[in-house]
Design a protein around this ligand. Structure first.
Ligand SMILES: *Cc1c(COP(=O)(O)O)cnc(C)c1O
Length: 386
């Protein structure tokens, strides 16, 4: 920490600030694969950019500081970060995942890691008794999201981490939906935080990236080894884009959340909307727990339209809000989890966890709320005409 106390300053001044050689206020893009050595065994501390690159290192130091960790690692995507973290485990081990986990996380465990003998159990982590039952002796890790994708269900992160620790399992929290500005899982007892930095951290829908943060030296050493050994690293230019995006994280999140709170309240009172999922609504599952562990409800909302609305027409009628995968950018996006983000989860599993075919997920952007409201209203109206 430098000459500041608060995260609004840390996003701008944290990690490694500027460039000592020139006084540049931004860390330069070190677009290099290798570094000249002055003699055998003599180097500047930089040898090869898979192992380390100054622009990536600045980003890694920044995310570690923001999450309250001791070491950060940047990867080419959120899935590359999650994959590297899962490579900490071995054949015979088991990972417990929360039932609404990101579709790609489920897929990599089911289709890739399972082939190497790493098993998984899906558990409802919002129910601590059900979660405890899933903690069989072979469980070495628990991977949770809170709020979870796409039903925004809240898991008590401190309670889960405490129970996992008692059984000797690590707690991994995917903090993509909240960012360290709204929630810091390491301070709640988690061992590893992962991010799809593609989303709010990047914030402008212009980079695909992943991050992992730990606060334990032994874990840091293992992850550094895995990052270098398996090589899914983030390039210097994309590291720069993330450094740039993170500088405005606090102001962006404030506006995202302000719009989301208005959107959730508006959807809630709309007669054409049958369900609203938003952890910032007092009637939401886990509202109190979320309030305890996070600054607010974030900016992701899911909802269902009444049966007299045709959701195909709803999607086709939107003019400002774009239909797209992803979330967390300045622009508002909607998606259809059943056919898009969660399509890799089998139909029966989707029904069981509540990802119905009528579910709509809204990533609330930072446009003016009244423009967003008008667009949603006209699309809902058109979805009812035939
Ligand atoms: C998008 C996302 C991922 C995957 O990240 P990529 O950057 O797309 O690889 C993982 N977890 C969550 C919660 C996500 O939203």
């Amino acid at each position: 920490m430098g000459n500041y106390q608060k995260i609004e300053s840390a996003v701008i001044h944290g990690g490694i600030y500027g460039d000592k050689t020139t006084g540049a206020v931004n860390v330069p893009i070190y677009q290099t694969s290798t570094y000249e050595q002055s003699g055998l065994g003599q180097n500047t501390g930089w040898e090869y950019s898979r192992t380390g690159n100054p622009t990536r290192a600045a980003l890694e130091a920044l995310i570690a500081e923001l999450e309250g960790g001791t070491a950060g690692f940047a990867f080419g995507s959120g899935m590359a970060a999650i994959t590297a973290v899962l490579q900490l485990f071995q054949s015979g081990d088991r990972v417990v995942i929360s039932s609404n986990v990101y579709g790609g996380t489920y897929r990599v465990l089911d289709k890739v890691f399972q082939r190497f003998g790493l098993s998984y159990t899906i558990a409802d982590t919002t129910d601590l008794d059900a979660f405890e039952k899933a903690l069989t002796p072979d469980v070495k890790a628990v991977l949770v999201e809170s709020p979870a994708n796409p039903l925004l269900t809240v898991t008590d992160l401190a309670a889960v981490a405490e129970r996992a620790k008692r059984r000797g399992a690590l707690t991994i929290v995917d903090n993509t939906f909240m960012t360290p500005y709204l929630q810091r899982p390491l301070t709640l007892g988690a061992d590893i935080v992962v991010h799809s930095a593609t989303k709010y951290l990047g914030g402008h829908s212009d980079v695909v990236a992943g991050l992992a943060v730990v606060n334990d030296a032994a874990l840091a050493e293992k992850l550094a080894f895995l990052q270098n050994a398996t090589g899914g690293v983030l390039g210097p230019f994309d590291s720069f884009l993330l450094l740039r995006g993170i500088k405005t994280l606090a102001v962006r999140m404030d506006r995202h959340v302000q719009n989301a709170e208005q959107a959730a309240a508006w959807l809630k009172q709309n007669p054409s909307v049958s369900k609203v999922y938003y952890p910032g609504l007092p009637c939401a599952q886990g509202y109190e727990i979320n309030r305890k562990q996070a600054k607010n409800g974030g900016a992701m909302i899911s909802f269902e339209l009444h049966e007299d609305c045709d959701i195909r027409k709803f999607f086709a009628s939107l003019r400002l809000v774009a239909l797209a995968e992803s979330l967390g950018g300045v622009e508002s996006l909607v998606c259809h989890p059943a056919s898009m983000t969660h399509a890799s989860i089998p139909y029966e599993v989707r029904q069981k966890v509540g990802i119905t075919d009528g579910l709509i997920r809204l990533s609330v952007g930072i446009e003016n709320w009244s423009d967003l409201r008008d667009d949603l209203a006209q699309a809902i109206k058109l979805s009812k005409e035939n």
